[in-house]
Design a protein. Structure first.
Length: 231
């Protein structure tokens, strides 16, 4: 079921069947009125030592680098059927399995993570040549149930919320520069499809005991044909 939202420009409630806002004339949009539980894989990608990079290249050049990197990362995410949730300032958060459900969301997220690292390496070559500094990304993945939907009155867009989002971010912080780290839940879902490193016990923020994680080393060729969104 869909329901008309308050105008995103001025907040006016639309008339039934109205296509344009009576208050400001902006197009009236419709959205799902209810958030949903979704089984997803969440991806976080973050620039290593971004503050040092900013201090070296300056704000204008940093914006140029991050724009190029974010565009490339977003293209990879979309190629594998994922949704870019947000730009974090020095990286991105993406979700696979919402809003469109994907049975193979974890495999797609792994393919996207490897693709993002490849794009980062290409950007890094230019950054090294022009600025003389090293650019690397960390990527983390975690799978599980989240609540996905629009936040507030729609001003903040569609996003995923829940414990699993935080764990994905923790996996990113535990990943080596240039690497991809998977939580145990994601590792289970891609067993047989991906090549993983041996289990590692890593310390993460908010957990008293170390948790299990795996480095993503590759994905089998037969899974690389995953190119389209499938519900």
């Amino acid at each position: 079921m869909t329901a008309a939202t308050a105008c995103r420009m001025c907040g006016t409630e639309p008339r039934a069947g109205a296509r344009f806002c009576d208050g400001c004339g902006a197009p009236v949009t419709e959205r799902d009125a209810h958030a949903e539980y979704k089984q997803v894989t969440v991806l976080f990608a973050d620039v290593v030592h971004s503050m040092d990079l900013a201090a070296t290249v300056g704000a204008e050049r940093l914006r140029e680098i991050m724009t190029d990197l974010a565009d490339r990362c977003a293209a990879v995410v979309q190629h594998y059927g994922g949704t870019v949730d947000k730009f974090t300032g020095d990286g991105i958060m993406a979700v696979f399995g919402a809003p469109a459900a994907l049975e193979d969301h974890a495999v797609r997220a792994c393919l996207a993570a490897l693709g993002i690292q490849e794009e980062a390496k290409r950007v890094a070559v230019d950054v090294q040549e022009r600025d003389g500094v090293e650019l690397q990304l960390r990527v983390g993945l975690n799978s599980g149930q989240v609540i996905a939907g629009e936040i507030g009155s729609g001003h903040f867009g569609y996003t995923a919320v829940g414990e699993q989002v935080g764990m994905a971010q923790r996996m990113e912080s535990a990943a080596p520069p240039g690497g991809v780290m998977l939580s145990a839940s994601t590792a289970r879902l891609v067993d047989g499809a991906a090549t993983l490193g041996a289990p590692e016990m890593v310390r993460i923020k908010g957990a008293e005991e170390p948790v299990a994680a795996h480095r993503l080393l590759g994905v089998g060729d037969r899974h690389r044909a995953t190119d389209r969104v499938e519900s």
